[in-house]
Ligand binder design. Structure first.
Ligand SMILES: NC(=O)c1ccc[n+]([C@@H]2O[C@H](COP(=O)([O-])OP(=O)(O)OC[C@H]3O[C@@H](n4cnc5c(N)ncnc54)[C@H](O)[C@@H]3O)[C@@H](O)[C@H]2O)c1
Length: 294
């Protein structure tokens, strides 16, 4: 009998790639997503590729939707082995003073409460035979850009919820693990697929010399749900091409290296570097010359 995985936010992006990977490994895939068009598109794509799949329109922040999702999946398949809590929405661009309580609640309800709700409802069926819950957090649980409070807080919450669930559910042989992706280019897994517009600078600033792909996360998920990972629970895996271990002190060399990546042109970056050195000697002169050029 096929194993069954529910994947929230499985219609697009990282969730879709996880569904594809597990589906190709023989899982039946329940795509739980708020986007009806994308959900149907993905269900069709999976079926055409020989993956047993069902789309169930679900808003993970709605208790009714989540309860309906879990009941329908169990009714159809008679088992739930894996839950991937992946649905999430981003937030940026507004200062703490401008952020509204409504915006805060929307992010927390989707990214954190959704994880809690889906976990709560699957336990009823997963506890009979054990299972795995994977929560998709983010490196933003540990690091921030300005004006991202709701998102960072929601993802920090997901990591805490992960170890809390892992401890509580171990008695049912349910393992709970979080994955914190770094920068993942999801364009290929959008509906319809999009072009990727990444620059050399985007790729080159990673230790691995490239921005991540949804497949990078799907590969880890595939290992973590397998028996080979049966001793792993309660922890977080950061998968970010090495971005978060990189300590950055900005100096002229870093600027020059970045410009080389940006323009893919080491001669141009050397010229700009010389300009910087000259500006350090005579700022006013360089300003005048640049004004003439520009
Ligand atoms: N892409 C990245 O760089 C990145 C980095 C770190 C973490 N993440 C996390 O990975 C997860 C997937 O992100 P992605 O980049 O693939 O995003 P995405 O927007 O491509 O896909 C997210 C999916 O979730 C669905 N969704 C949104 N709100 C929902 C709701 N209330 N109920 C059910 N489904 C809902 C969307 O319709 C969409 O199909 C998110 O939790 C995100 O925070 C992404």
């Amino acid at each position: 009998m096929k194993k069954v995985s529910i994947i929230t936010g499985g219609a697009k992006g990282i969730g879709a790639a996880i569904g594809y990977k597990l589906g190709k490994q023989g899982y039946s895939i329940a795509i739980a997503d708020i986007d009806e068009n994308a959900g149907k598109y993905r269900e069709n794509q999976f079926r055409n590729e020989g993956i047993d799949s069902i789309f169930i329109r679900t808003d993970v922040s709605s208790e009714n939707d989540v309860s309906n999702l879990v009941e329908r999946v169990y009714e159809k398949y008679g088992r739930i082995d894996v839950l991937i809590n992946n649905a999430g929405i981003g937030f940026s661009g507004k200062s703490i003073e401008e952020q509204t309580l409504e915006e805060w609640k929307r992010i927390i309800d989707t990214n954190l409460t959704g994880v809690w709700l889906c976990s709560k409802y699957v336990v009823k069926y997963m506890k009979n035979s054990g299972g795995v819950i994977i929560n998709i957090a983010s490196t933003r649980a540990f690091q921030s850009e300005p004006n991202t409070e709701p998102y960072s807080a929601s993802k920090g919450g997901v990591i805490a919820l992960t170890h809390s669930l892992a401890v509580s559910l171990s008695k049912y042989n349910i393992r709970v693990i979080s994955i914190s992706p770094g920068w993942i280019d999801t364009s290929k897994w959008q509906v319809p697929p999009k072009e990727s517009y990444l620059s050399g600078l985007d790729h080159g600033q990673h230790l691995t010399k490239r921005v991540g792909k949804p497949e990078d996360i799907a590969s880890l998920v595939s290992f973590l749900v397998s028996e080979d990972a049966s001793w792993i629970s309660g922890v977080n895996f950061t998968v970010d091409g090495g971005m978060t271990v990189k300590m950055i002190y900005i100096d002229e060399n870093v600027i020059q290296d970045s410009l080389t990546l940006l323009f893919n042109d080491s001669y141009l970056s050397t010229l700009i570097r010389k300009l910087i050195d000259k500006a350090k000697e005579n700022k006013e002169d360089i300003k005048k010359k640049l004004e003439e050029i520009l």
